[in-house]
Design a binder for this molecule. Structure first.
Ligand code: ADP
Ligand code: ZN
Length: 215
């Protein structure tokens, strides 16, 4: 099973992806997490990506696509994946289809998580992320049981440097510029499901599990 999660920053792609991967026993691939690992590890890719990420701009397609291509070949991805943060534009959508086609594979469906702007800002400015497993928490909506500690793995939580209002605005602009073309792309292939992501995380999760069972 191969599922893509689309939607604005703050729609809950990360939260859903972690939970879905666990329930459906699929690999969770987050291009944002992979890039942040490269930045903190000081790799060549990380050095090239860092300034784009700090501004809230997209990292150039060829860099991200190469990174994803490598990740997709790993053993744990053979059973399928939940892809979170990719594709961000049509060029990436086509690159993904081409990559999968090489292995005679294709995505099963894409989920579009729709969220309103006030909800997005509230979620992102209060978001806490686990350094170790990438699980998302929220200072108010989803506080961890122990302060700044991950419920799932005990890792330390931190606030992402790009989760400030100025950078969030840029990320939303970048997102809006590309999203309608992406939605049309998957709609034309009859692979798109739209969900209201203002609802609570469990309701959204159950909807996606229902879609996966039918796919
Ligand atoms: P969000 O979607 O909440 O902004 P992500 O963790 O998905 O957060 O991405 C953080 C940053 O990483 C983006 O602002 C962008 O700079 C970069 N990035 C992640 N995925 C991609 C991608 N597919 N293409 C280009 N840049 C990406
Ligand atoms: Zn964790």
């Amino acid at each position: 099973m191969k599922i893509i999660l689309l939607g604005p920053p703050g729609a809950g792609k990360g939260t859903q992806a972690v939970n879905l991967a666990q329930k459906l026993k699929l690999a969770h691939i987050s291009t944002g997490d992979l890039l942040r690992q490269n930045v903190s590890g000081g790799t060549d890719l990380g050095k090239q990506a860092k300034s784009y990420m700090e501004k809230g701009a997209l990292v150039p397609d060829d860099l991200v696509t190469q990174m994803l291509q490598r990740r997709i070949q790993a053993q744990d991805v053979k059973k399928g994946f939940i892809l979170d943060g990719y594709p961000r534009n049509i060029a990436q959508a086509k690159a993904l289809d081409a990559m999968l086609k090489q292995e005679n594979a294709a995505i099963d469906f894409a989920v579009y998580l729709e969220a309103s702007e006030p909800v997005i800002i509230q979620r992102l400015t209060g978001r806490l992320v686990c350094k170790n497993c990438g699980a998302n928490f929220h200072r108010k909506n989803m506080p961890p049981r122990v302060e700044m500690m991950c419920d799932k793995c005990g890792g330390t939580l931190y606030q992402r440097t790009d989760d400030n209002e100025a950078t969030i605005k840029t990320r939303l602009e970048v997102y809006r510029k590309e999203v309608s073309a992406l939605l049309q792309y998957y709609e034309a292939k009859r692979q798109l499901h739209r969900l209201n992501a203002d609802e609570d995380a469990d309701a959204v999760l159950n909807e996606i599990i229902r879609l996966a069972a039918k796919a």
